[in-house]
Design a binder for this molecule. Structure first.
Ligand SMILES: O=C[C@H](O)[C@H](O)[C@H](O)COP(=O)(O)O
Length: 253
């Protein structure tokens, strides 16, 4: 269950909403920027935050960096080399889960979100660390543009696998009714290698009718490090619309 609210100027602080539509329209990435920047305003002074990966989260990271320039005091745990590089560039002080195992808030993108706030992640092959960070956080905020919202999930599911177990995991996926494909690198010959040194199998299941059952079944296949289905962890989704407004979906407790 969730409830929905929408706005530009009223729902978010002045600095986010003022000129946001104009700047987003100019960037050509309106929805992602609107959602990412709105999420940056959810970070409280003195908190320890988790930073996800991807193009939408990148807007949040840059906006948090601007808030730090203005005096915000935070520490951040990153989820990938990409978010580490962006955070350093933005001037965000970093920490680790070993030092701060409990985070106040994590902000992250998604490849698809359904009406129950189930999420598919891992388009950038970062979902394993992203899931660890999401489950380590008091609050998990997902940022997407409106093209990512679906009544039912039908996006392929990224699965990080031990290279040694690639063929077994492909067989598991087929037995679960899916079509597996080893993810290949675009600027290198051969497979994508994750930040953890593993392969990624993208598994298409068509419309996923029972998200939780599929998530459990995939986790049970030996050699699966982690899959990209996130259930029961998302507290809020900020959806950036093409006009620069942001729609907020919250879980009802
Ligand atoms: O592995 C990557 C992540 O799960 C991303 O957060 C997800 O793929 C969404 O990325 P983007 O914001 O670039 O669409």
């Amino acid at each position: 269950m969730w409830y929905c609210s929408q706005g530009t100027g009223e729902d978010y602080p002045h600095e986010v909403s003022d000129n946001m539509q104009e700047r987003n329209a100019a960037s050509g990435n309106t929805g992602k920027q609107a959602a990412g920047e709105a999420a940056a305003w959810m970070v409280d002074d003195g908190s320890v935050i988790g930073l996800g990966t991807g193009s939408t989260t990148a807007y949040a990271i840059k906006a948090i960096g601007r808030r730090i320039d203005e005096g915000l005091d935070v520490l951040a745990v990153v989820t990938s080399y990409q978010s580490e590089m962006l955070a350093i560039e933005a001037g965000i002080p970093l920490t680790t889960l070993a030092e701060h195992p409990e985070l106040d808030i994590a902000i992250d993108g998604a490849d698809q979100v359904d009406a129950d706030l189930n999420v598919i992640k891992g388009g950038g092959a970062a979902h394993t660390r992203e899931k660890v960070v999401a489950f380590s956080s008091e609050q998990f905020v997902v940022v997407v543009d409106d093209s990512k919202m679906k009544e039912k999930l039908d996006h392929f599911v990224p699965i990080e696998v031990l290279p040694y177990a690639k063929d077994l995991v492909m067989r598991c996926v087929r037995e679960l009714g899916g079509e597996p494909q080893l993810r290949l690198a675009s600027r290198k010959d051969g497979p994508v290698i994750t930040d953890n040194g593993n392969f990624v199998i993208d598994a298409s299941f068509g419309v996923i009718e029972n998200v939780e059952a599929l998530a459990i079944s995939l986790s049970m296949c030996p050699g699966v490090v982690e899959h990209g289905i996130f259930t029961d962890v998302t507290d809020m989704v900020l959806i950036g619309n093409t006009d620069g407004s942001v729609t907020r979906l919250d879980t009802l407790i």
